[in-house]
Write a protein that binds this ligand. Structure first.
Ligand code: DHB
Ligand code: MG
Length: 221
């Protein structure tokens, strides 16, 4: 279990390098008011997403799992003027809260929320024959992680970046019986990241305000 000083260090690091953004604060408070779970990425991880978007020069981003739009706003902050995000959300209430937050962040023109089961949205996006995505962030129901990764490869361009959240799950990847609902999907996705002929990946474990977890970073070839 994370030691208190690891969380304290993260709070210190965040205070020193991650600047406040009223829209991100609003995303957190609106989610709490709406009774939504506080399972958004930590601020330092959100800023990592923004920097990865900028460093990779991504213009078209796909996000699977909107929640209240916290990571969506971070991603949006990293986009160029003509950049766009398509973000998939299952629950109408979450999408409604997220939309208000995204609009308040000034990103209403850049972000499209697609409501419904993400697997259906992803199939529809493929049907629509859109331009491929440059950056895909997966942070939704863990059971479908491998299916989301497969879609990421299909919908991303060669050279695209994939980030997958929640790769350690308090250590349950070592003993999936600890969480039979979520852990198997996480382990399957990790194996797929290691084996997929078009994915080259690494995984970083993290400790701090979000407990003991991690994220995967992959490149589509
Ligand atoms: C949960 C989901 C997440 O994406 C996360 O980062 C942390 C927790 C959850 O469903 O409990
Ligand atoms: Mg997550």
């Amino acid at each position: 279990k994370p030691r208190p000083e690891w969380t304290a260090a993260e709070e210190f690091l965040t205070r020193v390098v991650v600047h406040p953004d009223p829209a991100l604060e609003q995303a957190i408070s609106s989610a709490a008011e709406a009774g939504m779970p506080a399972i958004e990425v930590a601020p330092n991880a959100g800023k990592l997403l923004k920097l990865l978007v900028q460093l990779s020069g991504a213009r078209r981003v796909l996000e699977i799992g909107t929640l209240a739009g916290f990571s969506t706003i971070w991603i949006g902050r990293g986009l160029p003027e003509d950049g766009t995000v398509v973000t998939c959300e299952f629950l109408p209430k979450h999408a409604e809260v997220a939309w208000a937050n995204i609009d308040f962040a000034g990103l209403g023109e850049k972000v499209e929320i697609r409501l419904g089961p993400a697997l259906e949205t992803l199939a529809a996006l493929a049907e629509e024959g859109r331009e491929p995505f440059d950056f895909i962030f997966i942070d939704a129901d863990k059971e479908n992680n491998s299916r989301y990764l497969d879609w990421a490869v299909r919908l991303g361009r060669p050279g695209a970046t994939v980030v997958l959240d929640n790769t350690v799950w308090e250590g349950a990847i070592l003993d999936p019986d600890l969480d039979p609902v979520n852990a198997p999907g996480i382990v399957d996705a990790l194996k797929l990241l290691g084996e997929h002929p078009r994915l080259d990946a690494t995984v970083i474990q993290t400790v701090g305000s979000k407990g003991w977890d991690g994220f995967a970073l992959a490149r589509i070839s």
